[in-house]
Ligand binder design. Structure first.
Ligand SMILES: N=CN[C@@H](CCC(=O)O)C(=O)O
Ligand SMILES: [Zn+2]
Length: 408
């Protein structure tokens, strides 16, 4: 056999739904890589003969290999910070109060409009490095802190540039309809027109986005406006997704599901009819425990219903300066279990196989099987549940991205 490299003395959490063991596990396993793909994986004793002098053989010392982690919802390109609002909330103001008073998303918009591309790139790279150290190999980055064509394009360009300059793959999402900018405060419809008729065409023309998103909420865009933007984006060839049912039940999830959205995200206020709609369309439900925690929310997302209707559950960091300033995908595993009572296996699915579905890349990444892209991590852990159980000492030992060992 001629491979590029082989790993032995490992256990593998394949996360492959066709493998009925918990985590799709194969213990005492081996995995071989060739041309950026998984050429072979299975029990060590079935590993075909190969010449040990022909290729590097890595020993995992009994650790676990998982798919490279996928953070399917972040806003990681932004300038400034909102520590002042954190203080205000601790003194009694709510996230909604601050947004209505012109703070919140708009304060980050002001910082982003002023920031140079190079500064945004540098900040983005530091954050990407932090995620990559924890085993993240694919990340989604949204715009949404520009709210004018120039700055939305700038943010998406930076996100694309980060993807070109980092081993982490970047999927970009246009979120021009994130909030209503002050200059359109009294004419939201005109802002929606601008998003559809000016921003979206600019983004499409420069191939800056893979998907589009909207914040459907009483402090942002109503159902009709949301539907208009999503329909235009879909017609333009983008995947669609939605910030939905975070602070109230607006019916955004059902509408987005009917339009074929890849995911609806937050969903604390999602009801049974909404869950059913997701199940019918194959739309993923993305849980954002970082925002739930940081905003001290109390309304739980409908976990039991999601299970009952077999809706793929995704877990993501939602890393952003306002509602989730937590740049850690691994910590989300712990929070998804402690706050939402997901099992560690459900949580790990949420940042691997289901996260890939939410980004439409499940044919290539998110689980480990022959022919899949060789994106995987070696962890210094005795059981996969340890990834969700403890936090603080990073157990990520090695990362293989596109078949190349990038971090040791
Ligand atoms: N909910 C809307 N958007 C972001 C928050 C952005 C912000 O507060 O800056 C979120 O996903 O939580
Ligand atoms: Zn978000």
């Amino acid at each position: 056999m001629s491979w590029d490299h082989v790993w032995i003395d490992v256990n593998i959490a394949t996360m492959d739904p066709d493998n009925s063991a918990a985590y799709g596990a194969i213990t005492d396993a081996a995995i071989a890589v060739k041309d950026g793909k998984i050429a072979w994986l299975g029990p060590r004793k079935e590993l075909p003969d190969f010449d040990v002098f022909d290729m590097p053989v890595y020993r995992g010392r009994g650790g676990w290999i998982t798919p490279g982690l996928i953070d399917a919802h972040t806003h990681l390109v932004f300038a400034g910070n909102r520590a002042n609002e954190f203080e205000m909330r601790l003194e009694g103001a709510s996230y909604e109060d601050i947004a209505r008073a012109g703070g919140g998303i708009i304060s980050t918009v002001n910082a982003c409009r002023e920031a140079e591309e190079a500064e945004l790139f540098d900040l983005g790279r530091q954050r990407l490095n932090a995620l990559a150290k924890e085993g993240v190999t694919t990340v989604e980055i949204k715009s949404g802190y520009g709210l004018n064509t120039e700055t939305e394009v700038k943010l998406l360009k930076v996100a694309r540039e980060l993807g070109r300059n980092h081993h982490v793959d970047v999927k970009t999402t246009f979120l021009g309809a994130h909030a209503i900018p002050p200059e359109y405060k009294h004419d939201t419809e005109a802002y929606v027109d601008l998003v559809i008729n000016e921003m979206l065409p600019a983004v499409i023309e420069q191939n800056l986005a893979d998907a589009a998103d909207v914040f459907c909420e009483n402090i942002a865009f109503n159902l009709d406006q949301t539907e208009r933007v999503l329909t235009a984006a879909k017609t333009a060839g983008l995947e669609i997704k939605l910030h939905a049912e975070q602070l109230s039940n607006m019916g955004g999830s059902t509408m987005a599901a009917k339009l074929g959205a890849k995911s609806v995200d937050h969903i604390e206020y999602l009801d049974e009819a909404g869950v059913k709609a997701l199940a019918e369309s194959g739309t993923c439900a993305t849980l954002l425990p970082g925002a739930f925690y940081f905003l001290r929310e109390t309304k739980m997302p409908p976990i039991e219903l999601l299970r009952q209707y077999n809706v793929p559950i995704v877990v993501a960091s939602d890393f952003n300066p306002g509602s989730s300033p937590i740049c850690s995908t691994l910590l989300m595993l712990n929070m998804a279990c402690t706050l939402f009572k997901l099992t560690p296996e459900e949580a790990l699915k949420g940042i691997t196989v289901n996260a890939a579905k939410a980004l439409g890349i499940e044919q290539n990444v998110g689980m480990l099987a022959q022919g899949m892209q060789a994106d995987f991590c070696l962890w210094d852990i005795a059981t996969p549940a340890q990834l969700a159980y403890a936090y603080g000492v990073n157990p990520c030992k090695d990362v293989v991205k596109n078949g190349v060992l990038v971090h040791q």
